[in-house]
Design a protein around this ligand. Structure first.
Ligand code: CIR
Length: 254
């Protein structure tokens, strides 16, 4: 059984952090509807959705992926790279304590879950503005005892590693090579995003299905050409907060 931990959209989503995109007005009601549709897609894909209450004063708290990495053996509570997101870890720790033993990244380390791409026993970790060397070093020490390999990966031009590359299933990655080099992912197959859709590399693999944003039709059709089952969700308002589909849930085995 898969659990998907989510959190209700904050009424202050409009005050979110933005790094690579300009601020646009967010339709909060629509953001909430889109988030519910996303949760519905998770349920349809076989997850039991556990939704945490909103955190009114934490604008980015809907993006739960960034504050923890949940492995079968342990959950690592992260230390976000921006001050405004550091309080988010409290309620996530309380929620995850029911399911896993907890470990944490401590100062001066920073690490965000959007920078961690797990493929089998390899954890690729983006080196970004949000994830620093100390964070990666601590992460290695925490996961090595369970047999995981950690591969640091340079990322340029986007927020997180998973803005640039995600797992489409099997040995295949969906990638935007202008933000991340394919070399660290030796032995993998690649589907490139369509050049008109730079943000299209973020897909959420649940079982054998991909939950995927509605506004990347050209890359979507590349996924269909490779016989993927794609479930489309409209997340336009969450994208205005520099969010994507992986970042709105923490998915783990119970
Ligand atoms: C932030 O800048 O932290 C949020 N506005 C967006 C976080 C998106 N997280 C993700 O893609 N993993």
């Amino acid at each position: 059984m898969l659990t998907a931990l989510t959190r209700k959209v904050s009424p202050n989503l409009g005050q979110c952090e933005l790094t690579h995109i300009p601020r646009q007005e967010i339709d909060l009601d629509l953001a909430r509807v889109q988030h519910e549709d996303y949760e519905h897609a998770l349920t349809e894909s076989g997850c039991q959705v556990v939704r945490l209450p909103e955190e009114i004063y934490m604008p980015d708290s809907v993006f739960v992926e960034d504050v923890a990495i949940v492995l079968d053996e342990v959950a690592i509570i992260t230390r976000p790279g921006v001050e405004s997101r550091r309080e988010e870890v409290k309620s996530i720790s309380d929620a995850l304590r029911k399911y896993r033993a907890l470990s944490a990244i401590n100062p001066p380390g920073t690490l965000e879950g959007g920078d961690v791409l797990k493929i089998g026993m390899t954890l690729y970790v983006g080196v970004t503005e949000r994830t620093n060397e100390s964070g990666i070093r601590q992460f290695v020490d925490l996961v090595k005892p369970y047999g995981y390999e950690v591969e640091p990966v340079e990322v340029n031009g986007c927020l997180h590693l998973k803005s640039a590359v995600t797992h489409a299933g099997g040995d295949t990655l969906l990638i935007n090579r202008s933000w991340v080099d394919a070399k660290p992912f030796q032995g993998k197959d690649f589907i490139a995003v369509h050049p008109d859709e730079p943000y299209a590399a973020n897909a959420l693999l649940v079982g054998n299905e991909l939950i995927y944003p509605a506004n990347f039709p050209k890359t979507h059709s590349r996924l269909l050409d490779h016989n993927y089952t794609v479930k489309v969700v409209d997340v336009s308002e969450l994208q205005k907060a520099e969010g994507a589909v992986t970042c709105c849930s923490l998915i783990f085995r119970q």
